[in-house]
Design a protein around this ligand. Sequence first.
Ligand code: C2E
Ligand code: CA
Ligand code: CA
Ligand code: CA
Length: 279
Amino acid sequence: AKARAGGSIVFYEAEMDQQIRDRRALHHDLYNALSKGELSLHYQPLARARHSVSGDDVTGFEALARWIHPTRGFVPPSDFIPLAEESGLIVEMGEWILREACREAASWPRHLQIAVNLSPAQFMHGDLVGLVHSILLETGLTPGRLELEITEGVLIDDFDRGLSLLRRLKALGVRIAMDDFGSGYSSLTYLQAFPFDKIKIDRTFVMNLGRNQQSSAIIRSVIGLGHGLGISIVAEGVETQDQLNFLAVEACDHVQGYLLGKPAPIPTYDAWVGRLPYA
Ligand code: C2E
Ligand code: CA
Ligand code: CA
Ligand code: CA
């Protein structure tokens, strides 16, 4: 048994070595990805929660980062965003993402919003408020059309700094959404203390609709809670008509998910961003 345990440890170490080398290589490539133009943004529509959603129910898009590696191909953001976070690269990358998304959205009809994800490192380091301000001026995007998505984890580390940042961002006129609500340490205190305009209910709850009673009860409560606080609600990860029907009946404000549209480069949504008559 001892030999077996030893053997598996050796095997495990070799595997870890490989993983570390792999991450180093990936990190090295990520470092150059920006300047080599390998990063791009995809956009996923958000729409009013109607039983039947069409192009004119679309209220905006969420920008999602994509990395096409020259040899590995598509690298998911769940792999490279954490890597960029750890190395500090996210600050430069996040600046590029924000600028690119705002520039794109500035060319859309004025009723369409753009949602951009902020990572914890971006939130906690550097002059985020100054950056957002200058990108708005530079791109000419109306502040109210920009929505910044943050996860509650960001606020746990430093409550005072978080609150001060959110207030200053709000003072610029931008909107703030709490992302992945319910997936972490969601605390009602945060909803009361921080000036959120929107709550995005995590995909796992929507996924479990119809599978267990708890999910529908939780979604119903979050909608009620949000509305009581004057906060609008988005359900993420809507994939089926049944899920959409439930959300429409429960007066959820917005929906996002594959049922409406997957994240895609903007030409896919040209009709929805008004470059062509509505499809
Ligand atoms: P997120 O912010 O929660 O983004 C939503 C994720 O759910 C996206 O995954 C999207 O493709 C996926 N999704 C949307 N609708 C559906 C659906 O109906 N079914 C399923 N199964 N999935 C759906 P994606 O693009 O792989 O991004 C994963 C995460 O990576 C994001 O989660 C976000 O945390 C992070 N991320 C992506 N782009 C950026 C970025 O530009 N900056 C930062 N800081 N993080 C980003
Ligand atoms: Ca998001
Ligand atoms: Ca989310
Ligand atoms: Ca997520």
